[in-house]
Each structure stands twice: as C-alpha cells, then as structure tokens.
Design a protein around this ligand. Structure first.
Ligand SMILES: C[S@@+](CC[C@H](N)C(=O)[O-])C[C@H]1O[C@@H](n2cnc3c(N)ncnc32)[C@H](O)[C@@H]1O
Length: 209
C-alpha cells in the first residue's frame, strides 16, 4: 500500500513537471536538457520510441539531401545517414551544442561520413533556399516557441515538391496533436500527403506544393 502511494505521488510529480515545462515552453525556448539525452540513445530507445518505424514512414531514399531539426544525440539521424546512401547526405540542426557534441561522437563511433552537424535555431537556420529533399522533426516542434516561423524556414529550404515530415509521440510533454499541426503547416503553404499511425504516435507527411 505504501509502495503504491509512493508510485502515485511520483507519477503526479512527473506529470506536474511535464505540464509546467509545456506551459513555459509556449513563450521561451526550454529544450530537452542534454543530460536527458541518454533516454534517447539508450539500448532500449530504438525499440521503445519506434526509430525504424519513424524512418520507414518518412520514406528516405538513396541520393537524398535530408535535414533533421532537433536531432538530439542522433537516434534517427545516424540510421537516416545510412538510408540515403549511396550519394545522399544528412544534416542535423540543433539549438544545443551539448546535443551536437553527443551526435558528433556517436556518428564517428558508427562510422558515418555523410552527416553534417550545425548548432542553430530552427527559426533562423540560414540555409540556402531550395536545398533539401526532406526535412523532418521528431518530438521537437512543441519545444520551439516560434513554430510557425520554423515551418516557414523549412518551406524556404525545401526543394519544390520536397517533403516535410513531423512525428509526435504521447506522453512527450511537448506533444502536438495532428489537427492544429496540419492547420499550421497548411498556413505556411504545405499540403498534407499522408498521416501514419495512431494519435499517440503519428507521422504527418507534407509536400511543398
Ligand atoms: C526531445 S529531443 C528529440 C531528439 C530527436 N529528434 C529524437 O526524437 O530522438 C528535442 C531536440 O530538439 C532540440 N531543439 C529544441 N528547440 C530547438 C530549436 N529551436 N532549434 C533546433 N533544435 C531545437 C533540442 O535541443 C533537442 O535536442
């Protein structure tokens, strides 16, 4: 009985922290701290977080030029680099230098040579226009206070007909549901192509019309 009480209390504390973090992130950048990165690149994370399923839904192909916004330690970007071979390359733009350092170390360890890392903010990324075939986000958009500005930058940086892919997972504290996300992307000129998966783990793919 005592153990159950402790469990319920701990859950309530975790949920409260998540809700406060979500609320504060509406107006300021409070990204997932680097010390939590081990939750994303642990032995279990690929299976628990559906890494290969997410990459299948994005549908990466050899030869593509791909950008991930907010790659963290590279759970998705490192296997994505292999999927675009031969001839393709991948870029990871993250606001935290600590995450980028971790990504660099992991990509060297994995022997990946077609991956470029950039420290920067998705709302001011400074990419040449019409540069990428695919830009993807996974559990990142809700951490960006200027979400619409970030999507506008993606629109400019994608080639005509390019793909914007957004994956969201519940109970990420910054989870975004599909309908408002679709509205926001369409307001920036994207057209919804397909949505994969249930509400608690979905990937919405948009085309630059
Ligand atoms: C929850 S982690 C997700 C990491 C990875 N996408 C995954 O699914 O394993 C969110 C990442 O987004 C990054 N991030 C948050 N705000 C950002 C912004 N404005 N521009 C670029 N990256 C950002 C954080 O630093 C963090 O690495």
């Amino acid at each position: 009985m005592k153990a159950l009480k402790v469990l319920v209390k701990s859950l309530l504390i975790l949920v409260s922290i998540g809700l406060i973090w979500r609320w504060l992130s509406r107006n300021r950048s409070l990204p997932c701290p680097t010390w939590l990165a081990s939750l994303l690149d642990s032995r279990w994370s690929d299976r628990l977080l559906g890494t290969q399923i997410t990459l299948d839904r994005i549908g990466l192909r050899p030869g593509q030029c791909v950008l991930e916004i907010g790659p963290g330690p590279g759970r998705l970007l490192i296997p994505a680099a292999t999927r675009v071979l031969p001839g393709g390359e991948v870029f990871g733009l993250d606001i935290q230098s600590g995450m980028i350092e971790r990504l660099k170390a992991r990509s060297v360890q994995a022997g990946v040579s077609n991956l470029t890392t950039i420290v920067g903010d998705a709302t001011q990324p400074n990419f040449p226009p019409e540069n990428f075939d695919v830009i993807f986000f996974c559990t990142v958009l809700g951490e960006i206070p200027g979400r619409a500005a970030a999507l506008r930058q993606c629109y400019a940086a994608l080639k005509p007909g390019g793909l914007l892919s957004i994956t969201e997972m519940f109970p990420d504290p910054h989870y975004q549901s599909c309908a408002p996300l679709r509205q926001m992307a369409e307001a920036e000129g994207f057209r919804l192509q397909i949505t994969h998966g249930p509400w608690y783990f979905f990937t919405a793919n948009f085309i630059k019309a």
